[in-house]
Design a protein around this ligand. Structure first.
Ligand code: UD1
Length: 433
């Protein structure tokens, strides 16, 4: 099993190109099930989760053609590099998302809405437990039921069926859910009549999906707000849509600049995608400037501790919580980090303390007492964002860090070592671990 070895303690200086968002690309790929015409996605990231989703969608009857990295047209179109992927599902060949795929990647559940809307049937394995909490799909199921789907749970699978077409309905989510909002948006696009989604998630990835569905002929209004109105259409058609820049990759490299007290230019991304994190970074004393093609992040010693609380967009994202904790461990003074989205999302804490970080967890909050100097250690990655927080701590720490179980990183960070190495980090992938 691969590990990442880091010789830390060097300020990072240079330029990093931000890719398309994994969490936007996954639902956009699922949207390809909604039509028999081609859906072309540009600025696609190259990640393990994208490969897993591709394998699932192929099983369901989708044909996927990919072009090489950085095709000229994409650069002009999306202002960024990335692959172009053309998806075409002339016929649904299977309606089953099997356990071994859903277990590996929870986003597989996003095929549920499109399959039942276009084909009248879907069988999707329940995701089961997950490293960061129970993460149920009850809200996805209730919403699809409201649209007229019959839902049965059998042998660990959700079996959703509808005799004719789904019917528009009013859906009020009792809790904001990104995946739930995406499943309903896709299903409602092909339903009969109007669907109103209240308390919808407002993440940029949702807006990207709604824009894609509209480009395919759907009628969705209220983009970016908590109320989405969808007027269903009988058929969707071909479209070409760019994937929004990855705000979590952006934030992770912004923290890499700050934690090493360096300066990085992040190209192909946008400030507004991550305002809550940038505002907190500025409060901590990090300098952030917007440029026409991205953001420049620079920091010097003497950063201050700043409290944050994770919230749905536009709040501070839970997917940046672990990275923030690594940064706060190097700041002067204490900070409190409160996690409100997922239970059990402090698994990086015992690993961060191996670097000398002073962190105490009390229920859903963690108190970080900052120290300016961390020292390298062998550590173990537990999930995607937790593992990158260990890489960040390793970049700041003096001496050698070995991050084990890095397959988690490959799910969401494209060419991480290469991007960091180009900015002066001593980092390499090694076998074993
Ligand atoms: C998405 C992101 C993930 C991010 C999360 C929150 C993707 C592929 N993943 O995950 O990176 O951390 O949003 O920003 O986009 N919940 C229920 N019942 C449900 C659905 C959700 O109780 O049916 C709960 C969850 O357990 C969690 C909260 O709602 O506590 C938010 O989850 P949700 O927004 O659905 O997260 P995901 O879409 O799984």
């Amino acid at each position: 099993m691969d590990a990442i070895r880091i010789e830390g303690g060097k300020p990072l200086v240079g330029e990093i190109v931000i890719g398309g968002a994994k969490n936007a690309a996954l639902p956009l790929m699922a949207a390809g099930l909604l039509t028999d015409e081609p859906l072309t996605l540009t600025n696609m990231p190259e990640l393990a989760d994208i490969t897993t989703m591709g394998n699932l969608l192929r099983q369901l009857g989708m044909r996927i053609d990919q072009s090489a990295l950085g095709a000229g047209a994409d650069i002009a179109e999306a202002g960024a590099t990335g692959r172009t992927m053309t998806l075409r599902t002339e016929k649904i060949a299977s309606v089953t998302a099997p356990y071994d795929l859903v277990r590996r990647m929870r986003a597989s559940v996003l095929v549920l809405g499109p399959l039942v809307a276009r084909h009248g049937e879907a069988k999707v394995s329940l995701p089961g437990g997950c490293a960061i909490g129970t993460r149920p799909v009850d809200l996805h199921l209730k919403a699809l039921e409201a649209l007229g789907a019959k839902i049965e749970l059998k042998q660990g699978y959700v079996h959703a069926t509808v005799a004719k077409r789904l019917k528009g309905a009013q859906i009020i989510f009792p809790k904001i859910t990104v995946g739930g909002t995406e499943n309903v948006l896709m299903a409602a696009s092909l339903a009969e009549g109007e669907t109103v989604i209240e308390n919808a998630a407002r993440e940029p990835e949702i807006t990207n999906l709604a824009e894609c569905l509209n480009a395919m002929g759907a009628k969705i209004t209220g983009l970016g707000s908590g109320t989405l109105r969808v007027t269903g259409v009988e058929k969707l058609h071909a479209a070409r849509v760019p994937v929004v820049p990855d705000r979590i990759e952006t934030g992770t490299y912004a923290i890499a600049a700050a934690i090493t007290r360096g300066s990085l230019k992040l190209k192909g991304t946008r400030y507004d995608l991550l305002k809550a994190v940038f505002d907190s970074m500025k409060q901590a004393g990090v300098e952030i400037t917007e440029t026409p093609d991205g953001i420049v992040v620079s920091a010097k010693n003497g950063l201050k501790g700043v409290d944050v609380m994770t919230e749905p967009f536009p709040g501070f994202p839970t997917d940046m919580q672990a990275q923030w904790m690594a940064l706060m461990a190097t700041a002067d003074g204490a900070s409190m980090i409160t996690e409100t989205i997922f239970e059990n999302r402090f698994m990086h804490v015992p690993e961060l303390t191996r670097f000398g970080a002073d962190v105490n967890v009390h229920g859903t909050s963690a108190i970080v007492r900052g120290k300016t100097k961390l020292s390298g250690a062998p550590v173990m990655a537990t999930d995607l964002r937790a593992s990158v927080s260990l890489v960040l701590a390793g970049l700041a720490a003096s001496g050698e860090t070995l991050v084990n179980r890095v397959y988690h990183l490959d799910r969401g960070y494209e060419r991480l070592e290469q991007k960091l190495e180009a900015c002066g980090a001593t980092i390499e992938r090694v076998g074993g671990g």
